[in-house]
Write a protein that binds this ligand. Structure first.
Ligand code: ADP
Ligand code: MG
Length: 153
């Protein structure tokens, strides 16, 4: 897999990185966001949504499990599976259908529903670095590699 690491000095850097990712998103991509509580997964998602032109409030989907953004360019589904515990609820809510060729899915805490989730195109790992953060992107599929290559050029 293709990998890339970078330092995110502050929240503004995380938001800017999200906006840079947004420019390279294509329909169908699934991005897993790994990292502990408070590391910046939702902040990065907010940066992506801002980059896609969404001006509204970006809520953490911790309780709803998903927030839906139907944008002009793309439908974006932002999951936070921290409180996920019911495979049946997952099926009944139709979440599987959210993963399709026309949508982009961002998934916080994918490890909580690993057995149900479609595989990612890119896994993104956020870790603390003093008061700042480090990010590592791992592109897994051809679509993920194209996205990451574009991001690096
Ligand atoms: P998570 O979704 O991973 O639980 P949040 O995005 O909700 O985390 O919260 C992240 C916190 O870290 C916010 O207070 C945000 O301002 C801060 N933050 C985000 N990126 C950085 C960064 N690169 N350096 C320092 N603080 C950051
Ligand atoms: Mg979060």
């Amino acid at each position: 897999p293709l990998r890339h690491s970078l330092h995110l000095a502050d929240e503004a850097a995380t938001l800017a990185f999200g906006a840079a990712i947004a420019r390279q998103l294509t329909p169908g991509l699934v991005i897993y966001l790994y990292g502990n509580l408070g590391v910046g997964k939702t902040t990065l998602s907010r940066g992506i949504l801002r980059g896609l032109g969404f001006d509204g409030k970006v809520k953490s989907p911790t309780y709803a499990l998903v927030e839906v953004y139907e944008l002009s360019r793309i439908n974006l589904y932002h999951f936070d599976l921290y409180r996920f515990n019911d495979a049946l609820e997952w099926e009944e809510a139709g979440f599987r259908e959210y993963f399709n060729d026309t949508s982009v899915c961002l998934v916080e805490w994918p490890e909580k529903a690993a057995e149900l989730l479609p595989a990612p195109d890119i896994s993104l790992y956020l870790t603390p670095d003093g008061d700042a953060r480090n990010a590592e992107l791992v592109a897994i599929t051809p679509g993920g590699r194209t996205c990451l290559n574009q991001l690096l050029t």
